[in-house]
Design a protein around this ligand. Structure first.
Ligand code: PMP
Length: 403
């Protein structure tokens, strides 16, 4: 995939700006292609009003760009714009889901959560304990796959209101069989909320095929900017959920003693929305759809395999998770006798950017029997040279720490 590497890579300005650096932290944030940066730049220079608020040319332009961005995000997921709520990020989308749904839940109700989850798909559900809502955990096998007995046990009765599950782990890169889990949850009358923060940057998502009720993603992990994310919801679910944030732009009527929110998904978009990030994200998504998913998948598979081979060549490195083609987009590992923070810091000094710590997945690390790990992750622009910079930098770190 040499051609793929070079032709994609040169469309990302950061490659030149950060020459000599191996950026292996795309699971935290991806970089933006020039076309997405330019889209925001041009929109800002052209002059914009406030979307859905100004009855003048600049307001109309803003509204058109905002609506068109939402259509692009909807298309990306095989949804329609009225299924999409723009949020600040995945975390806000999941908090919206939990707070809003939770309003009608009470003592005895259950949310099933997996041990693969990022804190953002755990804490908002745990917070519903103030209403008496209980969290039921689905454990994992040493390979980081969901424990089938736990799945059956967690989804055993109709007390379960919702299953919260990640589409792709941000630590192990594993992908739970979300479609099967959604079907199981449905069979007991439970809703499903998919955290697609990682999945959306690495796989084609079709919400209709998955069949989930809710799904969250972030702009900054799908080659767009920070400051925007989205919650997808079916029309049935969104139309029954009360607003999470209230204020301007979400309300039909306001009276002295209360208000009537809009019927559609804009009911969840209080305040001026993230217009420039929406424009940038849409441009990034549109640019991506020109690259066949099969090419992306082949490229990423090659890189993850190389990453696994390189890590296996180092004494004292333990790979977490399956360590084979069940891992997508990232590989996490530990280094004997070294704290992940020390490794991360020393790798940074060698120009290799990785994540070190618990990666906001404390319960997962606890289940794996480690307090923290080092994570190397890839993006569309990653090439074999980036990956090959890792092993020498780890060996150097090991020798520094042994001194
Ligand atoms: N879920 C997963 C699986 C993630 O990897 C992340 C980001 N690390 C999040 C949720 C939270 O995303 P954000 O910080 O954009 O809200």
């Amino acid at each position: 995939s040499m051609a793929f590497d070079a032709s994609i890579r040169r469309l990302f300005p950061f490659v030149h700006a950060k020459e000599g650096i191996a950026y292996l932290d795309s699971a935290a944030s991806t970089q933006m292609p020039e076309t997405a940066i330019d889209a925001m730049h041009h929109a800002a220079r052209a002059g914009l009003g406030n979307p859905h608020r100004g009855i003048h040319p600049l307001g109309d332009e803003a509204t058109a760009l905002y609506d068109s961005a939402k259509k692009t995000v909807a298309d990306f997921l095989n949804a329609t714009p009225d299924n999409i709520v723009f949020t600040k990020n995945t975390t806000e989308a999941l908090n919206l889901a939990a707070r809003s749904l939770g309003e009608s839940w009470s003592e005895g109700d259950v949310v099933a959560v997996t041990r693969l989850e990022h804190h953002s798909n755990i804490l908002p559900w745990q917070q519903l304990s103030t209403r008496g809502v209980e969290v039921r955990w689905i454990g994992i096998t040493p390979d980081g796959l969901l424990d089938e007995k736990d799945v059956a046990n967690a989804l055993r009765d109709e007390r379960v209101k919702l299953l919260a599950v990640t589409g792709q782990s941000n630590v192990l890169g594993v992908r739970p069989d979300v479609k099967m889990l959604v079907a199981k949850a449905k069979s007991i009358g439970a809703l499903t909320c998919v955290d697609a923060a990682q999945l959306a940057g690495h796989a084609h998502i079709d919400v209709k095929d998955i069949g989930c009720d809710l799904l969250a993603l972030s702009g900054h992990k799908t080659y767009g900017p920070t400051g925007i994310g989205a919650l997808y919801g079916t029309k049935e679910i969104l139309s029954t959920m009360p607003p999470f944030l209230t204020g301007g732009g979400m309300v039909r009527e306001v009276h002295d003693d209360g208000f009537i929110p809009f019927e559609d998904a804009t009911r969840f978009e209080a305040g001026t929305p993230p217009l420039l990030p929406a424009i940038g994200w849409a441009a990034a998504l549109q640019w991506q759809t020109a690259i066949p998913w099969s090419d992306r998948e082949a490229h990423e598979r090659e890189l993850v395999n190389l990453l696994l081979d390189e890590l296996r060549s180092i004494d004292g490195v333990t790979i977490l998770g399956p360590g084979d083609d069940r891992a997508y987009g990232c590989v996490s590992f530990t280094v004997d006798g070294a704290h992940p923070h020390d490794i991360g810091h020393l790798l940074g000094e060698s120009g290799v950017c990785v994540r070190a710590g618990h990666h906001c997945a404390g319960p997962l690390h606890a289940a794996l029997g480690v307090t923290a790990s080092v994570r190397a992750s890839i993006g569309l622009y990653t090439d074999a040279n980036d990956i090959r910079a890792l092993a020498p930098a780890i060996r150097k770190a090991q020798s520094v720490l042994r001194r």
